[in-house]
Design a protein around this ligand. Structure first.
Ligand code: UDP
Ligand code: MG
Length: 340
């Protein structure tokens, strides 16, 4: 049985969400029905360790509008979201979290704004009282720092919960990077954007999979993906330190010429050596962050591997390779032609 082409594709990455998925479906289905538009709900299992996959298959059996997609292992939320964006068939795409922290009712506002002619509708959290103090503080610091160093600002308190239309999807698919920081990707492509405000609820069931260390790495991904300022700043730090040491050197020479050598101070010596050593290590560390990412990126591995997609008759995990850009494919085939 073939389904009518959907207008709305809801994209929901799921990692260990067995407890919450049923209530998620119960809340989002009436909202989508009320829009009177055709829709599909992509439930993407991102290598869950619990029974999420079984729950997803059950849901897709009960409801033909639910499309079960299973990734071959846990690739992380950004990859799962990318898989959904690549595979969704709708005219507009709505990424949403499975834990009901993003209220599905907001979809009505999304659709209204989209019908007014906006390409993107983002949801801005005006009230983060459900988040811990530490999370709010670190999020604020991240946005401040990111927007200071990155070329493209990402709006504060705006998550992945949003609506994007086909044009935006096509633009996003032009970004081939492996380390996907979706908030940055969304902002980078631009387009006419409307903002609707909402209050972020607490997680309905299960627990957040983003702990402190994961969030820190997520923030590093965000900053390194969209800014080279941390690399370039060492030039200026180096210049300042060199200028200061030149001044200090000149001062020492003059002093020695005029007053002769006095007892050298171990303490100041040690301080300078340790300080410079530390500064150099930080510089090398920042270089390492970028070189490591260059290395991973240069492998050109696919962002995710799909093990199953309801919309495909045969599941062939290696059939779909979303990172291979057309130009690259052509380059490769020319290369092989030459070899032949
Ligand atoms: N998620 C995922 N893969 C992961 C981690 C999370 O698909 O490796 C999904 C998760 O199921 C949820 C969404 O991403 O639908 C947001 O995750 P979570 O609620 O843990 O993040 P938080 O709301 O705390 O930022
Ligand atoms: Mg959550």
């Amino acid at each position: 049985m073939s389904m009518p082409t959907p207008t709305i594709s809801v994209i929901c990455p799921c990692y260990n969400e067995q407890e919450g998925l049923n209530s998620f479906m119960q809340r989002i289905t009436p909202v989508l029905e009320q829009t009177n538009l055709e829709y599909e709900i992509l439930l993407i299992n991102d290598g869950s360790k619990d029974n999420t996959l079984d729950v997803i298959y059950q849901l897709s059996e009960q409801n033909t509008r639910v499309r079960a997609i299973n990734l071959s292992r846990n690739f992380g939320k950004e990859a799962a979201l990318t898989a959904g964006i690549d595979r969704a068939k709708g005219e507009v795409l709505i990424p949403i979290d499975a834990d009901l922290q993003d209220p599905p009712e907001l979809i009505h506002d999304f659709i209204r704004e989209w019908q007014k002619g906006y390409d993107v509708v983002v949801a801005k959290r005006v009230d983060r009282s459900s988040d811990t103090w530490a999370k709010k503080f670190s999020a604020e610091m991240f946005y401040k720092f990111h927007n200071m160093v990155a070329q493209v600002e990402i709006p504060e308190n705006v998550g992945d919960f949003r609506l994007i239309n086909r044009r935006v999807v096509q633009a996003i698919q032009l970004l081939p990077e492996n380390q996907r920081f979706m908030k940055g990707v969304f902002s980078w492509v631009g387009f006419k954007t409307s903002v609707v405000e909402y209050k972020r609820d607490a997680r309905e069931a299960g627990e957040s999979s983003f702990n402190g260390w994961k969030l820190w790495n997520f923030a590093l991904d965000g900053i390194t993906s969209f800014s080279t300022a941390p690399l370039r700043i060492w030039l200026y730090i180096g210049c300042v330190i060199s200028a200061l040491s030149f001044l200090f050197g000149s001062f020492t020479i003059l002093k020695t010429l005029m007053f002769g050598i006095d007892a050298p101070g171990y303490a100041s010596m040690l301080t300078v050596i340790l300080f410079l050593g530390g500064v150099q290590l930080i510089g090398i560390g920042v270089l390492g962050e970028y070189v490591g990412r260059l290395y991973m990126e240069s492998k050109r591995r696919p962002i995710y591997i799909v093990e199953h997609d309801d919309a495909e008759s045969a599941s062939d995990p290696f059939h779909h390779n979303p990172v291979e850009s057309p130009s690259l494919t052509q380059e490769k085939s020319e290369h092989f032609d030459k070899l032949a």
